[in-house]
Design a protein around this ligand. Structure first.
Ligand code: NAD
Ligand code: UD1
Length: 347
């Protein structure tokens, strides 16, 4: 059974390819490599022992996406493609509205058109990468799916709009099945160390920054805020191993295909860890000290954010299994084997 992954060469998409292939599906990667490298496909082949099909192009090109859908007749589509840097979205909002919202509209139109033509592929099943960012500054933790949604930056705004668009499409066409997955903080890498997170430039997110300090690419970490009302004053987040997240996608797809009902679920562990706890866990995994300095809070950050993952467990039978130490060990294995990410060359 073919499954189309838009943005499938990216961080989460590439790990989901592995989980899908291991569950017996045939992933088809659609990517324009705007934030990833074709080297990912070579690494996936090493992990899986066979090539993964690639369609190189842009989801904004609706006619081409239609051709891709016709060519592969996927049983489901996983929609990862989009831009994701919060700071950049504040500086360049139109880039985000165009690529994230415009790209989603283009994909949905292509799916609708192929569906209407009653091709071999006729029953739209879509898994969408949403984010805990849609909860804005939550009134309390843990966060359940019925918490009010809000946005604090254009990136978050696009996720909210796409969620709303998907709900409207389902109201207009009840045979569509849509799984909205709200990720908490994906970190770590496949245990092979062959694929992982490879941010361009200076990482915005904590884990890649810390592992780049450990490998000697950055001098020290700035800890943004040490006066939060948390156990050690630093921000608390729900870090989830990217392979747990990838397996969550497989469970979501299977539910869409088997039960045929749409849903929205949090994908998180339900546990919160502070910045300093992550620093210590990476020190342990790498055997290297992580120099850090305490710095002012980062604009837009919240003190604590972690999931109530009950719905995903009850509905999908999925639960995160890997620990913070697993996440740091695997992130370190990837970073130390690929100090310059995919530019490091064949591993
Ligand atoms: P990523 O940047 O590594 O992957 C996105 C992929 O989409 C890249 O390979 C990029 O080249 C591709 N892409 C972008 N625009 C495209 C277009 N117009 N046409 C074709 N391909 C295009 O990001 P990721 O971390 O893997 O995130 C995947 C999805 O999950 C994104 O939608 C992101 O917003 C969402 N998400 C990520 C996180 C996180 O922490 N990584 C958290 C919550 C939600
Ligand atoms: C950020 C985004 C969020 C997005 C998510 C995944 C913001 C405000 N939020 O979430 O919208 O969905 O990434 O891409 O950007 N930290 C440091 N030093 C650093 C980096 C981070 O102390 O150099 C701290 C942060 O203050 C926070 C924690 O580490 O307390 C986690 O930060 P990060 O990895 O950026 O994730 P979020 O802020 O949760």
């Amino acid at each position: 059974m073919n499954i189309l992954l838009t943005g499938g060469a990216g961080y989460i998409g590439s790990h989901t390819c592995v989980a899908l292939a291991q569950a017996g599906f045939h992933p088809v990667v659609l990517d324009n490599f705007s934030n990833s490298s074709p080297e990912v496909l070579a690494r996936l082949e090493k992990i899986l022992g066979r090539p993964v099909v690639l369609e190189r192009g842009d989801i904004l090109d609706t006619a081409w996406v239609e051709q891709v859908l016709r060519r592969h007749a996927p049983a489901g589509v996983m929609h990862f493609a989009g831009d994701k840097a919060v700071g950049e979205s504040v500086a360049q909002p139109l880039k985000y509205f165009h690529n994230n919202i415009g790209g989603s509209i283009s994909l949905l139109r292509a799916m609708a058109s192929v569906h209407a033509a009653q091709g071999a592929w006729t029953t739209p099943a879509l898994v969408f990468s949403s984010s805990a960012t849609v909860y804005g500054d939550p009134a309390s933790v843990p966060i359940t799916e019925d918490f009010p949604r809000s946005h604090t930056n254009p990136y978050g705004h696009t996720k909210l709009v796409i969620e709303d668009m998907l709900a409207a499409v389902q109201r207009s066409a009840p045979d569509w099945r849509v799984g909205v997955l709200r990720y908490f903080n994906p970190v770590g890498a496949h245990p092979s160390g062959l694929i992982g997170e490879d941010p361009n430039g200076i990482p915005n997110n904590l884990m890649p920054y810390v592992t780049q300090v450990a490998v000697g690419r950055r001098e020290r970490l700035s800890v943004y805020g040490s006066d939060y009302p948390t156990r050690d004053g630093t921000g608390v987040r729900d870090y989830i191993h990217v392979m747990d997240l990838a397996e969550g996608h497989v469970a979501a797809l299977q539910h869409l295909l088997q039960a045929g009902e749409s849903f929205t679920v949090n994908l998180g562990t339900g546990l919160g860890n502070s910045v300093l706890e992550v620093v210590r866990a990476v020190e342990q995994a790498s055997g290297r000290p992580i120099p850090y300095q305490l710095a002012p809070r980062r604009a837009g950050d919240v003190a604590e954010c972690y999931a109530d993952p009950t719905r995903a467990r009850e509905l999908l039978g999925w639960k995160a299994r890997r620990s913070l130490q697993d996440m740091c060990t695997d992130a370190w294995r990837w970073q130390s084997a690929n100090p310059d990410g995919y530019r490091t060359g064949a591993a």
